[in-house]
Design a protein around this ligand. Structure first.
Ligand SMILES: [Ca+2]
Ligand SMILES: [Ca+2]
Ligand SMILES: [Ca+2]
Length: 718
């Protein structure tokens, strides 16, 4: 009954004693104030020691972790060059250091923040008789398939199977993982295997170390870090030894800081299960140069359950943290907290291990915001025989990102243990909109959200928004809150779509490059919609250059360097020219301009057309299809002309106001009288540069007798 190592076994935790001793003596070497990609400055001593965050918070009756000093406030100016940006706050409601400290949000009006938890896939369970015990789920660009590692087999023949899929739903066993050439099943003949973690490290430069793994061999003389070029054949790269390890421990990569982190089960007095944190550099991980794991972990008690985690109804038993898998997603680290609410003493022993998966969000990789009220992303069911009966836990690498590039879904996988008897396993999946953790919502009354000061180096702005029946416009403000022209709300092309990736545009300007590097704020105006994320990127295709967790078939690395995959067609840029005046029957020269990005291809050609929008008479164009042409008018008055350009897919236009005067009506008041004569007289003679406003009636740029004669012929004082 190997799997029963997962059961709670109350025994003194060696790690806790090590940690306690370390608090009194040794603190690992300091890093000097590392500044993160998002402007957060870490303290000199890192990772934090227990005293900085309060180790006792690991007990499920305590308050949440205090907001650490370096996270008490957002950076004065937040760089937003890495990944999609979310409206996720810093602090937990109910935190002893205050509720709802914001990171990116400076102010909100007439909007609400809603947390979302998705839905279970209707085809769950995806598989039975296999158990992803953290293990891992990934898109591997090298083989163009999704890869899923699972504990695969019965207790006595248990091994790790590597399954593959092309749709992330239907899976086929491709192989069994080997370690040192031997099937894991036979290696396990001498060990007590618990959870595993398999990490696809796509930034690794050594091909032999592309796949990394950590096998939680409980209570044995060795605990292996393993490496593989292909995710099939692993070798032990480092034996972490026996450090008093128990069960249910994993690793993850924090690529923002190029650190691998051991997320290790520990315990302190009164709490059997919490997390201890140990980080090492990507280069050192799993090599003989890596410091002993005890040294990495010592003093770094980390996350635990707290008094906001709901106890199981009817049982007065504080929650504990059973496992914590973390994954990089866009601009944040996501934590998948398996929270153990233990309704002990039930007739069905499976209820001793009630675990549900909750999400947390971290800007520094250490401190997590956990939304309240605590609602599980992956809940259990009370119905026996259903895959997620009583105990679900997270899968390393989750989520995958699946679906069309502008309508993506997140797939969070979860292990289930609910199908009879205990130990018969399953895997299910939870679906959530891309970036869909929380949204800023507005109803029929326009609401606004203004960000803290930010700085970017890109030039194209994108949003993830669901407002197909509403309206979203974005304004750019300077640090003092003044609108930076031309990035005003009025100039922003209204957005009414339901897309996970959609470009924001302003009329009359191609992009935001004019204000790149400046300190600005974004102000969002939203009606009847939900705004999930925004980002500014050098990619016209909308690539975020943030991290994509386990990836997806659309992606080629651990970052989104793809966006839509192709540069989306932009509408032509059109200018009709400045407003003009002309005196009848003269011809007005029109100097419109049109440019385009050459898309779509075909036809890679733009058609243009002049038209009359408003006016008292008719207009005749020299060539209505030429941007630069002439216009003549049938009668005096004010006309609105429009130059429209169409690239066969998108069109854009620009308007021009024309004042058409009667012959001799130099002041344009509709009368040809003495006042006009005085204008002619005042400018007579002029040899060049004259206009209809200064006495030139025939449009030759001069003021002379010919203009007087035109005035005289049309003189009509009443
Ligand atoms: Ca175009
Ligand atoms: Ca007049
Ligand atoms: Ca003239």
């Amino acid at each position: 009954m190997r799997r029963q190592v997962e059961e709670a076994v109350y025994r003194p935790c060696a790690l806790a004693m090590i940690a306690l001793a370390a608090m009194l003596s040794f603190v690992p070497a300091a890093r000097a104030g590392e500044t993160l990609y998002n402007g957060i400055v870490l303290p000199d001593s890192w990772p934090p020691v227990d005293s900085q965050t309060g180790a006792t918070s690991a007990i499920g009756t305590c308050s949440p972790l205090r907001v650490p000093s370096w996270m008490q406030t957002a950076p004065a100016v937040i760089p937003i060059n890495v990944g999609r940006q979310f409206f996720i706050p810093i602090s937990t409601a109910g935190n002893p250091d205050g509720n709802n400290r914001e990171f990116l949000v400076e102010s909100m009006s007439n909007v609400t923040r809603t947390w979302h938890y998705g839905t279970y896939y209707s085809g769950n369970p995806l598989m039975t008789a296999v158990l992803p015990f953290s293990d891992g789920v990934w898109w591997d660009p090298a083989i163009q398939k999704y890869v899923l590692f699972v504990h695969d087999g019965t207790y006595s023949t248990e091994s790790v199977g590597k399954w593959t899929s092309t749709d992330a739903l239907h899976w086929t066993r491709a192989s069994y993982v080997t370690v040192g050439g031997a099937p894991l099943a036979s290696v396990q003949g001498i060990v007590d295997c618990d959870s595993d973690a398999f990490w696809l490290d796509q930034e690794e430069t050594n091909p032999a170390r592309r796949w990394k793994g950590f096998l939680m061999w409980k209570g044995q003389s060795m605990t292996p870090d393993i490496i593989s070029p292909d995710g099939n054949s692993f070798t032990i790269s480092l034996n972490l030894g026996n450090w008093g390890q128990q069960d249910r421990s994993t690793i993850f990569l924090n690529p923002f800081r190029q650190k691998f982190v051991y997320s290790i089960r520990g315990g302190i007095t009164g709490c059997d299960r919490m997390r201890i944190y140990g980080e090492t550099t990507r280069e050192l991980w799993g090599t003989s140069s890596q410091p002993p794991l005890q040294d990495l972990l010592t003093g770094h008690n980390w996350e635990g359950a707290d008094n906001l985690d709901p106890q199981w109804p009817g049982y007065n038993k504080p929650c504990q943290l059973y496992n914590l898998d973390c994954t990089p997603y866009e601009s944040m680290m996501i934590g998948m907290f398996s929270i153990w609410a233990e309704p002990s003493g039930q007739a069905d022993a499976r209820w001793d291990k009630v675990n549900q998966v909750y999400l947390g969000f971290s800007y520094d990789g250490w401190y997590f915001h956990r939304p309240t009220p605590r609602t599980p992303l992956c809940p259990v069911t009370n119905t026996s025989g259903i895959w997620n009966y009583c105990n679900v836990q997270s899968v390393v690498g989750s989520p995958l990102i699946v679906g069309p590039a502008d309508s993506e879904q997140l797939y969070f996988y979860a292990s289930g243990r609910g199908i009879m008897p205990y130990g018969n396993f399953a895997i299910g999946m939870r679906q959530l909109r891309r970036d869909g953790f929380c949204s800023i919502d507005s109803g029929g009354t326009e609401g606004t959200l203004t960000t803290h000061p930010v700085r970017f180096s890109g030039k194209y702005m994108f949003v993830n928004v669901a407002d197909a029946g509403g309206n979203l416009q974005v304004e750019v403000l300077d640090a003092n809150g003044q609108v930076i022209a031309p990035f005003s709300k009025a100039n922003c092309v209204a957005i009414a779509v339901d897309k996970t990736l959609y470009r924001v545009r302003w009329n009359g300007v191609n992009d935001l490059s004019a204000i790149a590097g400046q300190t600005v704020k974004f102000k969002f105006y939203l009606t009847d919609g939900q705004l999930y994320a925004f980002w500014v990127t050098p990619s016209a295709a909308g690539a975020s250059y943030g991290y994509v967790a386990g990836g997806g078939a659309h992606y080629t690395s651990d970052m989104d360097t793809v966006g839509l995959g192709t540069v989306p067609n932009s509408p032509p840029t059109v200018t009709a020219g400045p407003d003009a005046k002309v005196m009848m029957p003269n011809t007005l020269s029109l100097a419109g301009t049109v440019s385009d990005d050459g898309l779509p291809t075909p036809p890679a050609a733009v058609t243009t057309n002049w038209s009359l929008v408003l006016g008292p008479g008719t207009v005749s164009f020299g060539s209505a299809s030429a941007a630069a042409t002439t216009a003549t008018f049938s009668t005096a008055g004010t006309y609105v002309l429009r130059l429209t350009a169409n690239d066969s897919d998108l069109s854009a236009w620009s308007n021009l106001n024309v004042t058409v005067k009667l012959p001799g009506d130099f002041n344009g008041d509709g009368l040809v009288n003495g006042a006009d004569f005085l204008i002619w007289q005042a400018h007579y003679p002029t040899s060049s540069g004259a206009t209809s406003d200064t006495g030139d009636a025939n449009g030759d740029g001069r003021v002379n007798g010919a203009d007087f004669l035109i005035w005289q012929m049309n003189y009509k004082p009443m």
